[in-house]
Design a protein around this ligand. Structure first.
Ligand code: E4P
Length: 225
């Protein structure tokens, strides 16, 4: 499963990409708004941090077909290769996905709450579909189950489209989809930080250091030399 950071906070992206095996960054207009500066500057700085081989997702904001196409061109011009344009999975978005597919610009059908939206986005040529796990949970449905249903549809119809599961609130949601073979997950920094936040793990590691110190008076192997 590829792991993406769903955030535009520069310090968080630097910190997380330094230690975790991160495959890229996903953004949306609300995430960019939190950075409180020109979104072009934010996106370009993210691209510099993650490098040109990592994938960056940026969303078209205009809701008209022509506007989506213009936004897509602007985003790709700004961020270069390995850029995916997110488009809402609604009729105008499907039209834009079809056109951008012909141009060779990869798209992600986003704002996915139902399997039918994902199916239509995939059929329209989206390379990714992004179901919102936790938001679906909050509506009284089972977000993880919906993602699995979407994956089953893509598999059944042999569609050239990957799931980018999004809107997570905890590790268990991510792990369950990892076990199911979902290709991509994008998580906010606090969710990623929660993956290995566990007092049992921290305690076991500290015990090793303490026992070694009792034996040698040192806290590292290299100090023995
Ligand atoms: C991804 O495409 C979405 O923009 C994002 O994951 C939504 O997450 P949220 O429900 O935490 O806002």
């Amino acid at each position: 499963m590829k792991l993406f950071i769903d955030d535009a906070n520069i310090e968080a992206i630097k910190r997380l990409t330094d230690v975790y095996p991160i495959d890229g960054v996903t953004t949306n207009p609300s995430i960019l708004a939190k950075a409180k500066r020109d979104p072009r500057e934010t996106l370009k700085e993210i691209r510099e941090i993650i490098g040109e081989e990592a994938i960056i997702f940026a969303q078209a904001v205009d809701l008209s077909y022509e506007g989506m196409i213009n936004d897509a061109h602007m985003i790709v011009d700004l961020l270069g290769k390995n850029t995916v344009v997110k488009l809402p999975s609604v009729p105008t978005g499907f039209k834009a996905m079809k056109a951008l597919k012909k141009e060779g610009i990869p798209t992600c059908g986003t704002v996915v709450y139902t399997p039918m939206q994902a199916y239509l986005a995939a059929k329209a040529g989206a390379s990714y579909v992004a179901p919102y796990v936790n938001r679906i949970d909050n509506m009284g449905y089972d977000g993880v189950k919906v993602v699995k249903e979407i994956q089953d549809i893509l598999d059944t119809h042999n569609m050239d489209c990957e799931v980018l599961a999004a809107s997570f609130k905890n590790s268990q949601q991510v792990l369950e989809l990892c076990e199911y073979g979902i290709a991509n997950a994008t998580c906010a920094p606090d969710v990623i930080d929660g993956f290995v936040r566990n007092m049992a793990i921290d305690g076991a590691i500290q015990d090793f250091v303490n026992d070694f110190k009792k034996l040698t008076g040192k806290t590292s192997m290299s100090e023995l030399a």
